[in-house]
Design a protein around this ligand. Structure first.
Ligand code: PLP
Length: 382
């Protein structure tokens, strides 16, 4: 079987072997429910607390500000729905390029009477801070802007937006699912009130994440039941998941400098090759201000879905935009928001790298792209 070249790391990542190893004992050896009062349980509880400390440290938060969830989607839902609940209606500011976990939660909240302003971006996906300022109303209780975009990689000026929110006494939430451990995050220095993360984007397991909630920002439980997560999110803990998440975060933070510089080098190598060797191709998102591993290309006169199928046949995993929206018939809302034509939206391929990819593999991917794009363009001319 041909070796797979996995270039869809924004969709999910391979769980690191050290993470799997750290998780395994929690299935069949240390399987106690952490709520028990005997030592078997209390030892597990102790390990969860250690994991929470590791996660808190990774964003300069306090341990009691980290609430374990099932991932990015739940964290986003929690932040928005509970803020709206505690403010009993009012106004939210967000952007048109957020993940569906934010946008569809906003739509839901609109049906309950909350007003929402969806801010436009420029053609590179940059949010203009003055647009946020101009959208603020007397009843604005929350601003939610993602740290970096999952489709086009553009990084937002969240610190400046958070400072404005603080001055105006408005909560600031950021979806940092793609940025966590890839960009510097310090919730204290950056004045972030709430922040969403997900383990499976950082070589941890699927189905676990956390929502950071600055002390005092929210007090209503998101899930009612037992007293887990300080009474804010009931349900027996996903112990192995939490242990694996902390291990993944610890490794990601410790190898960050090497990993990021390697990814940026590979990313720039790939971008340069594609743009110089494939005519009528373009890079989506900001050229400089982008996630270290994100390459989003659009090709004129090419059907992206067919291109992805051809790449698949050649052992390459690529995505049309975000994995989460790959089943949706409508073109990407992010590409639409940055002003791409329907033709370009449907000619878009996202390649997201990891530090283990080699330049030889990138050369192979580019050679496949050159050949496949040529072939597809020939077909459209027939
Ligand atoms: N937010 C962003 C920016 C994402 O990229 C994703 C997943 O792709 C999510 C939220 C959802 O995260 P999860 O898959 O952990 O629910």
């Amino acid at each position: 079987m041909k070796k797979t070249i996995y270039l869809d790391n924004a969709a999910t990542t391979k769980t690191r072997p050290e993470v799997v190893e750290a998780m395994l004992p929690y299935f069949d050896i240390r399987y106690a429910n952490p709520s028990g009062i005997y030592a078997f349980s209390q030892n597990v509880k102790h390990e969860i607390n250690k994991a929470r400390k590791t996660l808190a440290l990774s964003i300069n938060a306090n341990e009691d500000e980290i609430f374990i969830t099932s991932g990015g989607t739940e964290s986003d839902n929690w932040a928005l729905k509970m803020s709206a609940h505690e403010h009993k209606g009012g106004h939210i500011i967000t952007t048109k390029i957020e993940h569906h976990a934010i946008l569809r939660t906003c739509k839901y909240l609109e049906n309950t009477g909350v007003e929402v302003t969806y801010i436009d971006t420029d053609e590179y996906g940059n949010v203009n801070v003055s647009d946020i300022v101009n959208a603020i109303r007397k009843n604005t209780f929350l601003i939610s802007v993602m740290t970096a975009n999952n489709e086009i990689g553009t990084i937002q000026p969240i610190e400046r937006i958070a400072n404005i929110a603080k001055q105006k006494n408005i909560l600031f939430h950021t979806d940092a699912v793609q940025a966590y451990t890839n960009l510097s995050i310090d919730v204290k220095r950056q004045n972030i009130d709430m922040l969403s993360t997900s383990a499976h984007k950082i070589c941890g397991p699927k189905g676990v994440g956390f929502l950071y909630i600055r002390k005092g920002c929210l007090s209503t439980p998101f899930i009612n039941g037992g007293g887990q997560e300080n009474g804010m999110r009931a349900g027996t803990e996903n112990v192995a998941g939490i242990i694996g998440f902390a291990k993944a975060a610890q490794i990601a933070m410790s190898n960050k400098r090497y990993r990021i510089s390697r990814e940026i080098e590979l990313r720039n190598y790939l971008i340069n090759k594609v743009l110089t060797q494939i005519p009528q191709s373009r890079l989506n998102g900001s050229a400089r201000n982008r996630l270290p591993n994100n390459c989003s290309f659009s090709f004129y006169n090419v059907d992206g879905a067919t291109l992805i199928a051809m790449l698949d046949e050649q052992g390459i995993c690529a995505s049309a935009g975000s994995a989460c929206s790959s089943k949706e018939k409508e073109g990407s809302h992010v590409l639409k928001a940055i002003g791409l034509s329907d033709e370009l939206i449907h000619g878009t391929v996202r390649l997201t790298l990891n530090e283990e990819i080699t330049k030889g593999q990138i050369d192979y991917v580019v050679s496949c792209l050159i050949k496949d794009v040529k072939e597809l363009r020939k077909l459209t001319q027939m």
